[in-house]
Design a protein around this ligand. Structure first.
Ligand code: ATP
Length: 240
């Protein structure tokens, strides 16, 4: 089942267009990477899908429903879209448990729901009473991911999960994300700077440079293409 279908998307901030002509899709249970250098338009694409920015042109379909300027982030969340933003969006003064409760639309059955999520991310269990601000970067990212999964998403948008983390911690988190997505049949669109690590867990990927798609393919195809890695770090200069 197609959980995200983007065609000819143009989007940006105010009157400025940051991405144009983007075609991209994600199926249920699939992890799809979105790569590119700083400023390529990765976050802009995610924020547009999450309903935080309006599309300037083209179409965005989530779970077969057309997203319009009037849809908005709240409705998209109700449809089953969850965003794990680059800054993780945690409440640092609140405990891990309190942050998790914020991921639920209702507190009914909260304990069972949290137990179910912690079965897949067991390192968080002993930390339930700790303030989120006191967790390590990897633990905070696990918390952000757990909170998003508590909302039973169908489409999970993850921005720079490995930012500021040691490579080994980041690699472990990416594997955890892939396992959770597959187990729950969630489609994931993953923005990631650590392209080699991401290419070990994604099914397919897209690379943007200066707001345009410059590469797309399966993880194996992208791994075999030396231009992909170069363009992910250097921008379109490496692909022209
Ligand atoms: P990064 O890895 O640095 O986050 P990115 O690929 O996610 O890069 P975007 O953040 O989507 O890129 O930025 C795309 C373009 O939009 C850039 O030219 C950037 O300067 C611009 N931009 C980003 N945020 C804003 C904003 N709030 N207002 C105006 N322009 C913005």
């Amino acid at each position: 089942m197609r959980v995200l279908d983007i065609r000819g998307l143009a989007a940006g901030h105010g009157a400025t267009t940051a991405v144009r002509g983007v075609d991209l899709h994600v199926d249920a249970g699939e992890v799809v990477g979105l790569f590119g250098p700083n400023g390529a338009g990765k976050t802009t694409t995610l924020l547009t899908v999450a309903g935080c920015l309006p599309a300037h042109d083209g179409s965005v379909e989530v779970l077969g429903r057309q997203v319009t300027r009037r849809t908005g982030a709240r409705a998209l969340a109700q449809w089953g879209v969850r965003l794990v933003p680059e800054n993780r969006g945690l409440f640092r003064q609140l405990t891990v448990r309190e942050n998790l409760l914020l991921g639920l639309d209702s507190h009914r059955g909260a304990k069972a729901r949290i137990d179910e999520i912690l079965a897949g991310l067991p390192q968080l269990r002993p930390l339930l009473g700790r303030r989120a601000g006191l967790l390590s970067g990897g633990e905070q990212q696990q918390l952000a991911l757990s909170r998003a999964l508590l909302g039973r998403p169908k489409l999970l948008l993850v921005d720079e999960m490995s930012l500021g983390l040691a490579p080994k911690v980041a690699a472990g988190l990416l594997v955890m994300l892939r396992d959770q997505a597959v187990e729950r049949g969630v489609g994931v669109l993953l923005v990631e700077q650590h392209v080699p690590a991401a290419l070990k867990v994604v099914d397919r990927g897209y690379a943007l440079a200066h707001g345009r798609l410059v590469h797309t393919g399966t993880a194996a195809e992208l791994r075999a293409d030396p231009d992909v890695l170069a363009s992910a770090y250097l921008g379109s200069a490496a692909t022209e």
